[in-house]
Structure formats: C-alpha cells, structure tokens
Design a protein around this ligand. Sequence first.
Ligand code: GLA
Length: 397
Amino acid sequence: MSVVIRDAWTRPDGAARVATLFTETFGQEPDGIWSAPGRVNLIGEHTDYNGGLALPIALPHRTYAALRRRDDDQVRLISAQEESQRSVDLAEAGPVGTLGEVDGWPAYVVGVAWAMRQAGYPVAGFDIAIDSCVPYGAGLSSSAALSGSAGVGLTDLFGLDLDREQLVRFCIAAENQMAGAPTGGMDQSASLRCQPGYALLLDNRDHSVQQIHFDLAARDFRLLVIDTKAPHALVDGQYAARRQTCHEAAQQLGVEYLADITDLDEALARLTDPVAQSRVRHVVTEIARTRQVAELLQKDADLAEVGRLFTESHISLRDDYEVSCPELDCAVEEALRAGAVGARMTGGGFGGSAIALVPATTVGEVMDGVVQAFAARGFAAPEFLVVEASAPGGRDA
Ligand code: GLA
C-alpha cells in the first residue's frame, strides 16, 4: 500500500493550464486569469450558521479561472474536469426551483454574476475556463474555490467597487440560492479573506475577522490533511437537518443564535429533546474551543494543547453532533496512535477529510499508519495533503 500525496500546482502552472484551456476552447486570449483556494477549517465546525466562531486557513490548492468579457448576456463555460462546454443566458438565470435554474457546477459561477446583478452591479456575459487542483468532494471547499475564482475575476473584469465582505456575500448567494446548498458561509470567507501564514478567526455573527499567526513549519510541525475518499454531499438532507435543529433550539431558548447562549447547563435544562441537547452542547463547547485555540496560537503556546482541543472537537462532532463516519473516525484514531498531537474531522462531515497536527518528523509514520489502517478495514485508499496557510483569491495574470 503506497502513500499518495496530492501536491498543489504552482500558481504560474495553474494559470498556464487554464489559459491554454480557454484559448483552445474559445479561440481567443482571455482578458485575465484569477484563482481562489480551497480551505481547511482548523476548528469551529458547524458554528457558522449558529453565529459562532470558526478558524479556517486557505489551502495552497486553488481553482483557476480564465475570463473574457462579452457584450451580450451569454455565459459560456468550460471546465477541464468536464467533457462538454456549457452555455447559460445570464438574463434568464435564476435560483434553484425556478425556471432559470442552472444545473450542476455552472451554478457556482453564474450564481455569482447573478447575485452581483441582483444587487445592481453592471455585470454582463463572459466566457470562462476553469481548472483546479482542489480535490473534489473531499470537504475542502472546491465549491467556494470555484465561486471565489469567478468572483474575483468578475470584480476585476467589470471594474466593480467591492470589498471582500461584499464579494463573500455574492459567493454565498450563489451557493445557497443558485446551487441550493444551505451552507453557512465559512468556506467563502476562508477562500477570499484568509492570508498566507495566518488562520482566519471568523466571527459569523457580524462577519468580522482577525488574522491569527499560524506558521507550523517554524515550530517543526505540519498540518496533514487526510482525504478519506468517503463520499460526502452537502446538498443532502443531513446538513439541512442539523441546521434546522439548531434554529429550532435557538427559538425555544429565545436567542437569535446558539452562539448567544451564556449558560450551557441552564440551556440544556430547558431543552427537553435529547437530540437538541446534544446538538446545542456541541455548538456551545465548539465555540469555546475555537476561542481557546485562537488564544493559544496567539500566545505561541504548546501545540499539544491545541491538538488536545482538536481531538475534543472531533469527539464532540462524532458523539454530540453525529456528523462523523467510520472512515473519519479511523483516520483520527490512527493519526493519534501514530504520533499526531491532535486530529479531527474538518468541514461538514459525513465523509470528506480529517486534519492532524503532527510533529514534522512523524508525518511519514502517520501517513503509513492511516494507509494501513484503511486497508485493514477495507476502506478506499486515502490521499494526503501537507498544507500551510496560503493566499486568498486574487489575480494571477
Ligand atoms: C460545510 C459548510 C460550512 C460549514 C461547515 C461545517 O463546509 O459549507 O458553511 O457549516 O460545513 O463547519
């Protein structure tokens, strides 16, 4: 059993690939190339739609977009990951469930342009080519990388005066309204607002952010991402069901968001449904853990403490929030056994990826251990990314 590591493309390489795809498809040069990263969340899971804190970093793995302006309202799209070209009339496009519904991945691109137009920005048609080294379906926000790359591209292409917070809102609208995935907004903020060398402490109540220094290499540690290859889908009902339970619990407790709870014991005593109690316990304790991790990182504290909180987060997601799966649990247990100081599932769950905080010298052992454990359990072979906090969406050429 061999270890497969998915390296990111360099930015010049990614830009060159997508430029070639554009020119071969549309027979003209693009006006420019832009890209945006996937993300991993260090901690603060299922807190975004509860008004709480999250702490993601941008991945070095990015989605690249080559764009050219058009004078009409047509959007022509090609992706290196798909066979055929697509075409959508921007004037006709509309949310999921309406006549203008856009099928599949183009919704994440057309949706951004649609949201910009809805808000009164002068966006017309465009040709766009996409290529990406963000693993797809791995819980690493390939969808936010897609909408983010289109978003930064459209902003420049049409000369829009937008700050990052506004652009994030348009990308969220694309995902929630056009693609119909009821996600909470952390991914789009991570892709567009993270900085290299920093984790983004995101307060999902007011969208304020704080950059938290995060340079593991300087401390001889690595962040290992384990793509379990277990399929996951956010458009399915489980995510929406968690969100709904949280919303109802907040209503019952008379707060706007679960993040407003100040006395957990008192809140739990007032909730009668044991499922709601578990969900609320996860959200409130997870927000506290996220705050603690941010404080520990700011103090350059012992990373073993940070790791302990990662592992507590996993247990809470597994037992109280019930969004883990056998592959994620196995990845976490094996990473810890092989020398990680902490590990947890990351992202929405039900498959996707886990992260492990690992001393640099132990990374090989952890990867070997996970590969062997997966083989012994009959799981698909996992893949690995060794990542550092990278740059947000921006222009490449
Ligand atoms: C997915 C969603 C995010 C967030 C996470 C869980 O990644 O897209 O909005 O809710 O799950 O933290």
